[in-house]
Write a protein of this length. Sequence first.
Length: 161
Amino acid sequence: MILKFYKAQKAQGLLFIFIGFIAIILSLHFVFNANNIFSNGLTLPLFIIGILQVYFGINTFQNTPIHLLLVQGFVRENKASMATIEIPFIHKEILFQKKMINTCLILIALAILFLFIFNNTLFLQGLGIGLFIQSLIVITANYFAAQRSQIYLKWLNDYYN
């Protein structure tokens, strides 16, 4: 179960890197090839959130194997460390994932505001569409990560407590 969880975490890191690079490339494409106000609005959230996706993806991709080795060491040498170190770590991960979901829900509300309240301003409509798309991607990824973390946490609690 431990290996399965950390393989999925690493895969999610790769997915975030990929999606972030696509968003950055799209935003750069819009900057250099589509000179209209709507595209300028769309570019901003694609680029900024794309950079964040790449950052968090690289961080997850690099740190997951290191953390997996630590956890495997806990299992071999000191199983009590699972209850004192790994379980609190997963609790923090779940809390972070929930904060990300809530933040993105706020961004989706803001996107809807831009789309429907300021519907006569093309820049804000582009900004709203970009926020909506990127936030939906982040919410989806974090929802599945939170579900995976909950299952792993339940397994940890059953096995090590």
